[in-house]
Ligand binder design. Structure first.
Ligand code: NAD
Length: 436
């Protein structure tokens, strides 16, 4: 099948590459000329495990191409994916300007019947708006389908190739059969393609992300209570996670969720609820808890060290989660901002995200080549992202590098008993503080 993907970011590039791996001919379109120039030179603009191999293979076979020209990109395409940004607008609602602009541009360019597939996360009613924008200028038949994307950065290729489910919102029989055929290779093991109406598909994505964010904020509240009551959140997590009605995943306490999806999607669902005259109480608490939790480590550090002026603080982990270079809404940003405001010097290391952090902070913080360099003469270490490389560090070397053996661990990476034995001051989330 010939496919076009409009918007070649995290979702668009993974979608395009994976569909080309299945034998389709895919053209990825983007307005970012630099990005397309680099992609043509085989430079992938994001870090996503496993993407490079698929990318290389399909570019070599001519199944995956790139352009900045929308007309060229969609020429002959039976399916046109929209993988465009839907950032939060000023009032928290999803800003649809990118999606609707492309819809408007598409109308006169359609040469033959095509299915326009909305992969961006958009509020209920967007498929209808996209349809109206295209219809205003189109001379051919077309369908608009909602097909929200559930991939997770860091495991995006695997998620795309082996989805738990594919959700497709459409009322068109023709579009149903095209989408069914397109996704058939990805659901051979029996995972379902769930067909529904467009609005329900649009809401499914917000409901999924908001539910997961709720789990995180709930566990963070339990962690905060553990600290007050002297209980251990890791034990509580195991105790409840083994209940099959609850499940083990998404129960880790920490310093809040970040990334390009959860914060904006919870906010957008809350705004949709207000617009529908519905008071979605839980969502407001989920956001409030998360906002506070992001700075939990900073406040603990401030309590411990007092005045942070001229103190040197090491940071391990800058990406919003491991295996990505994405720093959108990352807890690291909030903590760095507060540290700089307090006059502290920041020395940070992340296996993949340093370039992106440099674009924001320039030389206001020191970006290090490895985790131990970041510790040099530091008054304390903050662990922000749970990259595997931080899980079994050389503790002896850490002791030599740090000025003070103080660790604030926002991801509960180490057993408290071990840290006691090693003689660290160790303050984590929802667990007993260890003081040497
Ligand atoms: P992104 O910012 O990484 O990529 C969007 C791309 O669209 C950019 O490269 C931008 O240059 C391009 N673009 C903007 N206007 C354009 C235009 N007129 N024509 C062509 N290209 C244009 O965004 P993303 O993270 O890939 O997210 C895209 C959508 O998918 C959002 O709605 C997001 O909520 C949703 N989503 C994201 C993820 C994720 O993990 N990133 C997961 C699921 C769903």
């Amino acid at each position: 099948m010939k496919i076009a993907v409009i918007g070649t970011g995290y979702v668009g590039l993974v979608t395009g590459t994976c569909f080309s791996e299945l034998g389709n001919h895919v053209t990825c379109v983007d307005i970012d000329e630099e990005k397309i120039k680099n992609l043509k030179k085989r430079k992938i603009p994001i870090y996503e495990p496993g993407l490079d191999v698929l990318f290389e293979r399909n570019v070599n076979h001519g199944r995956l191409t790139f352009t900045t020209k929308l007309d060229k990109g969609i020429s002959g395409a039976k399916v046109i994916f929209l993988a465009l940004p839907t950032p939060p607008g000023e009032d928290g609602s999803a800003d649809l300007q990118y999606v609707l602009k492309v819809a408007e541009d598409l109308g006169p360019l359609l040469e033959d019947y095509a299915v326009i597939v909305d992969k961006s996360t958009v509020p209920v009613g967007t498929a209808e708006k996209v349809r109206a924008k295209i219809a205003a200028n189109a001379n051919v038949e077309f369908d608009v389908v909602s097909n929200p994307e559930f991939l997770r950065e860091g495991v995006a290729v695997e998620d795309f190739m082996k989805p738990d489910r594919v959700v497709v919102g459409t009322s068109s029989i023709k579009a149903t059969s095209i989408m069914d055929a397109l996704y058939a290779p990805l659901v051979r093991q029996g995972n379902p393609i769930i067909f529904m109406d467009e609005g329900s598909a649009e809401l499914t994505k917000y409901a999924a992300n908001s539910f997961l964010a709720t789990k995180i904020s709930f566990m963070n509240e339990i962690a905060n209570l553990c600290e007050k009551l002297g209980a251990n959140v890791d034990d509580v997590r195991k105790g409840i996670g083994t209940d099959s009605r609850i499940g083990r995943r998404f129960l880790f306490a920490g310093i809040g969720y970040g990334g390009s999806c959860f914060p904006k999607d919870v906010q957008a669902l809350s705004k949709s609820s207000i617009d529908a005259d519905y008071d979605f109480k839980i969502l407001n608490s989920v956001m409030e808890v998360n906002q506070k939790q992001k700075l939990k480590l900073f406040y603990k550090l401030q309590d411990y060290l007092g005045n942070l002026e001229d103190k040197t603080i090491a940071i391990w982990g800058l990406a919003f989660k491991p295996y990505t270079d994405d720093i959108r809404e990352a807890p690291s940003l909030y903590n760095i901002d507060e540290l700089l405001k307090s006059g502290a010097n920041v020395q940070a290391y992340d296996p993949e995200a340093t370039e992106k952090i440099k674009e924001i902070y320039g030389d206001k913080i020191k970006l290090c080549d490895d985790e131990y360099e970041a510790l040099q003469d530091a008054d304390a270490l903050l662990i922000i992202t749970e990259w595997p490389v931080f899980r079994q560090p050389d503790f002896d070397l850490m002791c030599k590098k740090l000025k003070q053996k103080v660790i604030f661990d926002g991801r509960n990476l180490y057993p408290t008993d071990q840290m006691k034995e090693l003689g660290f001051e160790y303050i984590s989330i929802g667990r007993k503080e260890i003081h040497a």
